[in-house]
Structure formats: structure tokens, C-alpha cells
Design a protein around this ligand. Structure first.
Ligand code: CTP
Ligand code: MG
Length: 231
């Protein structure tokens, strides 16, 4: 009855603009990917991790993760995030046949608190087929047209920003990805694919530390976060 975490880490990190793929960018001497996998393992509720790495970095990634003492499999990622997750999911099902719960966690959310990871797993174990951690929005949100003219002010109270890890009952995630692969559909998150199946998606409380590192500004914020934690 295992919990497997899939870590899509095969992106190029174009918005960050570093010399190496984003997951391999180092903070405090370790890559974002190593920080992310350490957090998953520290949650104490993950039995196996499958990383989707940039295809030309498999050896580097495998070596970097070997010191963590975690059960890790590294596979080649795909051209889009959805494809990377699907490749990792197929490897997980083959490698850990008793997989019951699957987490999907971006390497770019390297400093996600282990307690938040546990809360996602607990919600799936309690019966939710799909679970996403969310935060309320701080900014007012407006809908605009193609020319940038405001059409409406959206009611912020009903909106949430979505983080990872997202947690799934294994069968639901497999069905969602099979359907997406068949229709050549992509999505920026896996819960979006589950919604298309008509399955309910539950939310749990996210955390500001689970921020996604996308731009150089985010990397500066994450550096400050790490310094603060180290005190
Ligand atoms: N990802 C992946 N395979 C891809 C694209 C993205 O595994 N083909 C992963 C990234 O490595 C990252 C996560 O999905 O951990 C979220 O994607 P994003 O933040 O967009 O990262 P990148 O695609 O690397 O960044 P950018 O879009 O700026 O190029
Ligand atoms: Mg991307």
C-alpha cells in the first residue's frame, strides 16, 4: 500500500534563464531537485520517488540523489510537463506495483514543508480521489480582453492559487493521464486532468514556503527563505 511521489524535473527553466536546467540550479550547494526530494522523504510518508529528469542529465541527477538515502528511480522526461508526469507515472506503476497513492510534486517547489506533504497524503488516504494544496489570492484579479481592457473584476474570495504536491488515488491519476495522452491534451496541473474526468478534487491548506521558483526574483526569495530557516 505504497505512496509514490513523481517529481517532474525535466523542464528547461527558460523563465529563470540559468545556464543549466532549473531543477539543477543550486541553492546552498544543492540543486532544487535534491532539496525537493529531501523534503518529500522527510515527510516520512513517501515510500518511493520517481524523478523525470532532462534526458541528457540522467547520470548527473542519479548521482546527486544517491546521497539522500531515499528510494529513487530516475527516468527521462518529455517535451511537456504532462508528458514527463505520464512517463514517471508509468515507471512508478511498473516499479512499485502496490502503489495506492501518487503525489505529483514540481522540483521547482523545492522548499515545501514536509507537514504539508503529509496533509495531502492523509486527505487521499481519508478517501478523496484527488487533493490539491491551495492558498487564497492576495491581489485583486481582473478579467481582460485581448486588448488589455478590463471586462470584469473576478470575485477573489472564490479563487485559489494551486500548489504541489497534488495527491491522487492511483487509478484516478492513471485514467486521467490515459485520457489526456489519447486526446493529446496538456494541462499546467494534474488535478486539471482529473477534473476533466468529472472526479471531485478536494483542497487542503497550502503554504507560502511551497512557492514555485520560476523567475530570478523567486530564486532570490527562496535564497532568503533558506537563510531564514538555517537560523
Ligand atoms: N517539467 C518537466 N518536463 C517538462 C517541462 C517542465 O518535468 N517538459 C517540470 C519542471 O522541471 C518543473 C515543473 O515541471 O519542476 C514545473 O514547470 P515549470 O515551473 O514551468 O519549469 P520549467 O518548464 O523548467 O520552466 P520554464 O517554463 O520557465 O521553461
Ligand atoms: Mg514550463
Amino acid at each position: 500500500m505504497s505512496v509514490v511521489a513523481l517529481v517532474p524535473a525535466a523542464g528547461r527553466g527558460e523563465r529563470l534563464g540559468a545556464a543549466v536546467p532549473k531543477a539543477l540550479v543550486e541553492l546552498d550547494g544543492e540543486s532544487l531537485l535534491v532539496h525537493a526530494v529531501r523534503g518529500l522523504w522527510a515527510s516520512g510518508c513517501v515510500h518511493h520517488v520517481v524523478v523525470a529528469a532532462p534526458p541528457n542529465q540522467i547520470d548527473v541527477v542519479t548521482a546527486a540523489l544517491s546521497s539522500l538515502g531515499a528510494a529513487v528511480t530516475v527516468v527521462s522526461g518529455g517535451a511537456e510537463r504532462t508528458e514527463s508526469v505520464w512517463l514517471a507515472l508509468q515507471a512508478a506503476v511498473a516499479e512499485v506495483p502496490d502503489t495506492e497513492v501518487v503525489l505529483v510534486h514540481d522540483a521547482a517547489r523545492a522548499f515545501t514543508p514536509p507537514a504539508m506533504i503529509r496533509s495531502v497524503v492523509e486527505a487521499v488516504r481519508a478517501g478523496a480521489p484527488a487533493v490539491v494544496p491551495v492558498l487564497p489570492l492576495a491581489d485583486t484579479v481582473k478579467q481582460v480582453d485581448a486588448d488589455g481592457r478590463v471586462l470584469a473584476t473576478v470575485d477573489r474570495a472564490s479563487l485559489r492559487a494551486v500548489q504541489t504536491p497534488q495527491g491522487f488515488e492511483r487509478g484516478v491519476l492513471v485514467r486521467a493521464h490515459e485520457a489526456a495522452a489519447k486526446a493529446a491534451l496538456g494541462a499546467t496541473d494534474d488535478a486539471g486532468l482529473v477534473e476533466r474526468l468529472g472526479e471531485p478534487v478536494l483542497t487542503v491548506a497550502g503554504h507560502t514556503d511551497a512557492m514555485k521558483i520560476t523567475t530570478p526574483f523567486d530564486l532570490a526569495v527562496a535564497t532568503a527563505l533558506l537563510t531564514h530557516r538555517g537560523r
